[in-house]
Write a protein that binds this ligand. Structure first.
Ligand code: CA
Length: 349
């Protein structure tokens, strides 16, 4: 692939939810798996496989996710991807105790920035942060954006069972809003309190559990009033919004009824309908969901300017995927928004 290809087709393809990891992170995951102090069945099922299995699926994933040079660039070229937005893979640093997580987020973000300096036209990135220490996380977002040139932050949904609708985390949102950068809420495996019924059939991760868990997280944020407090805050969801766009009318109807009948102190009146926040405070990427009917539906419902391409490399590396997405029933202008301009706007690329 060359720059000429992008010129010829009239747009660059920017993939916006592409995972990477350091050897150190994977080793620390192995340490956690070998010990007994971190008892999280979702982490164990996911990383017990990817960090230790010698099946081709796991070894291939480990090779690809750690490569930030020739192999990744060759894979991007083979798939027709001009630029990748790199996110430290889930669950990032969120499984460690606070001091380790804060330090690891910093060193990882420094490494990511160095990678981007090596390949400035091919890579951009989001900062890893440690919500375990919300004030340190807010400071790290500021450092990563102002000093390292990263484009926002990624938070892998719940942090050891805690959700960002708890006001103790809201320094993170204040920082993102003040810097005018988005927070990408990437899936995590359901926490211990949620995961049991998923496990016997291995439904806890990308096949379905991620969407349940992360969709729930987004709804918790909305119902908590976080967007009334931070009206300019922008959240990015992958996987076409984790199912939420399909639910808009029922969520609005039921939330209005819950508020009217004052059923819960946790569900107080909001300034707008839940669907309004989903249309005004969220962006959506197609990671792992390159299926025309779903993409078209989400574009229609959430707005053509709110949906962006992502591949979800290397978990779902499908080199021919872009040829399907190139055929979306879109005008040339809208196709360029989908692949390039929306991402440039949201992440200031
Ligand atoms: Ca992903």
């Amino acid at each position: 692939m060359s720059q000429n290809d992008a010129v010829q087709r009239g747009y660059q393809r920017i993939a916006t939810e592409e995972a990477w990891a350091t050897p150190e992170l994977i080793q620390r995951y192995r340490d956690l798996l070998a010990g007994t102090e971190f008892d999280d069945p979702g982490f164990r099922n996911l990383w017990g496989f990817f960090a230790t299995s010698d099946t081709p699926r796991a070894t291939d994933l480990r090779d690809r996710i750690q490569d930030l040079d020739e192999r990744r660039l060759a894979d991007m070229d083979a798939a027709g991807i001009d630029m990748a937005l790199l996110l430290l893979t889930a669950p990032g640093v969120q499984v460690f105790d606070a001091p380790e997580a804060v330090a690891l987020a910093r060193s990882t973000n420094d490494l990511l920035a160095a990678t981007i300096r090596r390949h400035p036209t091919r890579f951009a990135g989001l900062a890893a942060v440690a919500p375990q220490d919300p004030r340190a996380a807010a400071r790290e977002i500021e450092r990563a954006v102002r000093q390292l040139g990263l484009k926002g932050a990624v938070i892998n949904s719940h942090t050891q069972g805690e959700y960002l609708d708890d006001e103790k985390f809201w320094d993170i949102f204040a920082a993102a809003e003040a810097l005018d950068v988005p927070i990408y809420i990437h899936p995590n495996s359901p926490p211990p309190a949620m995961i049991q019924p998923f496990l016997p059939r291995c439904l806890d991760a990308a096949i379905f559990g991620f969407a349940c868990e992360t969709g729930l997280h987004a709804l918790r944020l909305i119902v908590s009033g976080v967007f009334d407090r931070f009206p300019k805050l922008q959240i990015v969801l992958g996987h076409l919004g984790e199912g939420l766009p399909f639910w808009l009318s029922r969520i609005d109807f039921m939330h209005a009824g819950i508020v009217r009948s004052n059923r819960s102190p946790g569900a107080q009146p909001l300034r707008k309908k839940p669907s309004d926040y989903l249309r005004e405070n969220f962006y959506y990427t197609t990671s792992g969901m390159a299926w025309e009917p779903s993409v078209t539906f989400v574009q229609q419902q959430m707005g053509i300017e709110r949906v962006m391409y992502a591949m979800d490399y290397p978990y779902q590396y499908v080199p021919e995927e872009v040829t399907q997405m190139d055929r979306l029933p879109l005008s040339p202008e809208h196709l360029k928004m989908f692949y390039e301009s929306n991402a440039r706007t949201v992440f200031k690329l």
